[in-house]
Design a protein around this ligand. Structure first.
Ligand code: SF4
Length: 342
């Protein structure tokens, strides 16, 4: 709920408007996930809230945690209707990044992503997205600095809820996560990028590209077949940067023998030339769902050097989390598979 929506509910239940502010603080400053924790609310109001918003305490519950202390941690969450999603906490020296899911499953079936394997079940509500950040904050022991919509699902296929969630996270009286610290990642939904360009907040945009030309891209990302082909996508990205004056991060997963040759790099330079952008190169995380592997470190570094020498701002990411099933959708997919087999 927005603060206005919450204030309306509290008023309907006979509470004074300032009670909404108290609930807001319990939720976003103390990361409370139950009404009983809100000790400064009158017991009667808590009882009415628990009755009226019966599902709130069950919005998302951690059912499994994997990872190591100080490293990437993946949470498997159960939703009120039994749906499963994942949230990943990625620590670095000075900050924590939380990777949130925006849907239960995904319709887009990108080749090296476990999330698309079983298709889309449903989109998440804004509260189910924000709840992931609150649960992650409880794990971390404080508010995370960055949020990325790179978990299960395509945020632009759940545009309104994802945007509402980002605005709630951005609220200075709530989590207060800076707009520039919240990144929407899309597999290339061109109409979503167009709409996003018109939003007043400075949220960041990341586009999963993974291939520099149409034929290869539609093999790796079926979303590119038929609609939102690479020319249209890149045209939309150029319009986005012109309209917003913001840069786009292009994600490019390096797969051995598939998209990591010097010729792919040169083709990538051609489509990115003159575009305000940076490229994130990610050596493929091993997944049972895709028959491929990461190129050698030398090939990855040569690809990164070639891009950099061509004037493209490039980062070569160290692959994090392969050991904890931390690639998008892997933990959920493993869990679903176990359920089917047991
Ligand atoms: S990469 Fe994103 S859009 Fe593609 S299947 Fe996975 S969750 Fe869906």
């Amino acid at each position: 709920m927005t603060r206005g929506e919450l204030t309306d509910v509290v008023s309907r239940l006979g509470g004074q408007a300032f009670r909404a502010g108290q609930i807001w603080r319990w939720q976003y400053k103390d990361f409370a996930t139950g009404w009983d924790a809100m000790s400064n609310l009158p017991a009667e109001l808590r009882r009415k809230l628990a009755e009226t918003l019966a599902d709130w305490e069950h919005t998302a519950t951690v059912v499994e945690k994997s990872g190591e202390r100080g490293g990437t941690v993946k949470l498997l969450l159960k939703l009120a209707d039994g749906g499963m999603i994942e949230t990943v906490i990625i620590p670095s020296k000075e900050r924590h990044t939380v990777c949130v899911s925006s849907q239960v499953g995904c319709a887009f079936r990108c080749a090296f992503c476990a999330s698309g394997t079983d298709g889309l079940t449903r989109s998440l509500e804004a509260g189910e997205i924000v709840a992931q950040v609150i649960l992650a904050a409880r794990e971390i022991g404080g508010r995370p600095e960055n949020v990325v919509f790179m978990g299960i699902g395509e945020p632009f296929a759940n545009y309104d809820a994802a945007l509402k969630a980002a605005r709630l996270m951005n609220d200075p009286e709530g989590l207060g996560i800076g707009a520039r610290k919240i990144t929407f990642s899309t597999c290339g939904i061109a109409p979503g990028i167009k709409k996003f360009a018109a939003e007043p907040e400075q949220f960041e945009l990341s586009v999963s590209l993974h291939a520099p030309e149409q034929g290869l891209r539609e093999k790796l990302m079926p979303v590119a077949a038929g609609k939102w082909e690479i020319d249209e996508l890149m045209g939309t990205c150029r319009e986005y940067t012109a309209e917003t004056n913001r840069i786009i991060t292009f994600e490019y997963t390096l797969v051995d023998g598939v998209n990591s040759a010097p010729s792919h790099c040169d083709a990538l330079v051609r489509i990115l030339r003159g575009l305000k952008c940076r490229v994130n190169l990610i050596p493929l995380n091993p997944t049972a769902h895709f028959n491929g592997r990461a190129p050698s470190r030398e090939i990855c570094e040569a690809f990164a050097d070639r891009l950099t020498r061509a004037g493209i701002n490039t980062t070569l990411r160290r692959s994090k989390g392969g050991g904890v099933n931390a690639s998008c959708g892997q933990l959920r997919a493993t869990k679903n598979k176990l359920k089917i087999e047991s």
